[in-house]
Design a protein around this ligand. Structure first.
Ligand SMILES: Cc1cc2nc3c(=O)[nH]c(=O)nc-3n(C[C@H](O)[C@H](O)[C@H](O)COP(=O)(O)OP(=O)(O)OC[C@H]3O[C@@H](n4cnc5c(N)ncnc54)[C@H](O)[C@@H]3O)c2cc1C
Length: 350
């Protein structure tokens, strides 16, 4: 007898963790199916280092091929439609284009400009893009970065963190401009010299430009199920604390990670924690047990500046600011790369 499908759409930090957990627990009774458009997991935490270290891209592009151990399947296709009991993909797969499910997890994450994330589905195209960026940086005298990202957050949540980051960047000869905006529509590929002017009239000449103005949630396909599951304004999927969609018709559909409207900064490690809750709740529904709730954590971030510097905020004692030593140890040294190769059951060749 064919086993009912549990489908996970999106193999990022949330989707991979949920798929592995569900496969471990349910492979005897259910077919676990991960649908992911890319052939390789893109380990975003280390994305920025590809710009300065030759070959680093090979460490952060991890093949998905070997991740399942008990018959789970990964299909490389793009989901274009979600219905109440099935999803539709954009190409013919071994299971066709119309794939039924008993339970579904939407984990389609968010987009970010290169090299934060990749827009390409194929490893060689991603590598070509990264190498072009790295070469442009090697030949550049002036590099423009638009968007303060975690620094912007630091401003609101911890003045001490902001102060530490500003000092470290200024020591490295980085010129910081706060409170001004640049029209990014003037930037094409970010690899050619440009002379830009901010809304306050500051002229900035640069050889290379990086746009770092935040992630954009991938919730368009969620809307194909029902427009009302996505919050207007934020474009995020409304979820209950159990991570089921906040809609009584869809108790069998969950959302996790960067796509949800949970009130906390969007981070991969949180997507992983949410994956545990969603997977446990699917197991609980199958076994007719009580569901558990996801509890958002307090603010946390680790901002690296090169291999040895940085500053961060840990979610302990209501938010503790830490300096370069902790950041180097927790993140800057290897960005958790060995951990993710292990999770995906792949071998990193040095
Ligand atoms: C430069 C940078 C550094 C970061 N550093 C950290 C850090 O140090 N620590 C931390 O915790 N977080 C960090 N983050 C944040 C972290 O990357 C995100 O929070 C995380 O990626 C969210 O995980 P996710 O599983 O929700 O989605 P994603 O990781 O975005 O994964 C979504 C997946 O879904 C796939 N997908 C999307 N739509 C479809 C579709 N229709 N069909 C098939 N597949 C689809 C995508 O290809 C993608 O693989 C960083 C982010 C950036 C950009």
């Amino acid at each position: 007898m064919t086993k009912p499908n549990i489908v996970i759409v999106g193999g990022g930090y949330g989707g991979v963790n949920a798929a592995i957990k569900l496969e471990n627990a349910l492979h005897k009774t259910h077919q676990i199916l991960l649908i992911e458009r890319k052939t390789h997991f893109y380990h975003a935490f280390g994305g920025l280092r590809t710009v300065v270290e030759d070959g680093f891209e090979n460490k952060i592009l991890i093949p998905y091929d070997n991740m399942f151990k008990f018959g789970g399947k990964i299909l490389h296709a793009t989901v274009i439609n979600i219905r109440e009991k099935e999803i539709i993909v954009d190409m013919e797969t071994e299971l066709g284009t119309q794939i039924p499910f008993e339970y579904l997890i939407i984990a389609t994450g968010s987009n970010y400009s290169y090299p934060g994330k990749t827009a390409s589905n194929k490893k060689d195209e991603t590598v070509t893009h990264i190498v072009a960026q790295r070469n442009a940086v090697k030949n550049a005298e002036n590099i423009l970065i638009i968007g303060g990202g975690p620094v912007g957050i630091a401003e609101d949540s911890s003045p001490k963190l902001k102060k530490q980051l500003v000092k470290q960047l200024t020591d490295l000869n980085v010129r910081l401009i706060f409170g001004e905006k640049i029209d990014i529509s003037n930037i094409e590929d970010g690899l050619s010299p440009l002379n830009l002017v901010t809304n306050k009239g500051t002229q900035i000449e640069s050889d290379v430009q990086f746009v770092a103005i935040g992630a954009k949630p991938n919730t368009e396909i969620a809307k194909t199920l029902n427009e009302s599951i996505v919050e207007e304004g934020t474009n995020l999927i409304k979820v209950k604390p159990t991570l089921q969609l906040n809609h009584d018709e869809y108790k069998h559909i969950f959302a996790i990670g960067d796509v949800t409207n949970i009130q906390e900064t969007k981070l991969g490690f949180r997507a992983g924690l949410q994956a545990n809750v969603a997977a446990n709740n699917i197991i609980a529904l199958i076994n007719k047990k009580k569901l558990t709730e996801y509890k958002p954590l307090s603010e946390a971030m680790l901002v690296t500046i090169g291999k040895t510097k940085g500053s961060g905020l840990l979610p302990i004692f209501g938010g503790t600011v830490v300096g370069s030593y902790m950041i180097k140890t927790l993140k800057g040294k290897d960005f958790g790369i060995p951990k993710y190769w292990k999770i995906l059951n792949a071998t990193l060749k040095n």
